[in-house]
Design a binder for this molecule. Sequence first.
Ligand SMILES: [Zn+2]
Length: 260
Amino acid sequence: MFFLTKTPYLLKKFYPKQLIWNKSRAEKVIYLTFDDGPIPIVTPWVIKTLKNFNAKATFFCIGDNITKHPEIFEQLKADGHTIGNHTFNHLKGWKTDDETYLANFLKCQELTQTNLFRPPYGRIKKSQIEKILNNGYQVASIEYQDDLKGQESSIKYQDDLQIQESSIKYQDDLQSPYTLNPKPQTSIKPHISIIMWDVLSGDFDPSLKPEKCLRNVLNYTENGSVVVFHDSLKAWDRLEFVLPKVLEVWRDEGFEFGVL
Ligand SMILES: [Zn+2]
């Protein structure tokens, strides 16, 4: 199976600038990410292994897996890990029309309520990127009606906002809802970050020996690297070998583990 462990500079330049491939090279921080869970056995093992090293990570979850294993999803959140959206059915962007892709993203978004998205396989069309950046949150429940002007008693959207305000960056507008001028919905710009990676462990490749997978990850990871692993059955043979070892090496080298 062919894949690039390290994302080349030119490939990053090819994509729109909104995509994030790595974080600051100035900080000694590594960003571990796990795609395709949550599932039994593998995800709980990852949670336990991370806990042994007091490490936090970002989990890009498949919506369908969240509905099948809600208790594991809750455990991820309870342990302080960050959740990302990975579509509901792990769709391939290049082979999916934009409407279907966006709907699948939003279906997963109802469960994940996150500002992070990673396209499955890293394959996404520019038109889909645009749609996701513009529709990251379902804001339909927030309506600014003309009859709200100055009438405190008729403001009915407070409850909705309380749930969402921590994750949507339009706080300034909300500070004084009673003097809020009605605005069209398009003025709300939900903030979604599309997270790619700069180190692909290749743990999903059954032909890759665990030792080689380990060497790849150690060789290519540096300050600010976003590293991809998979909490999936396909990756299990390599993940089980590699994860505790990289955590130990990086901890001993003085790296911290950040969440996105
Ligand atoms: Zn995936």
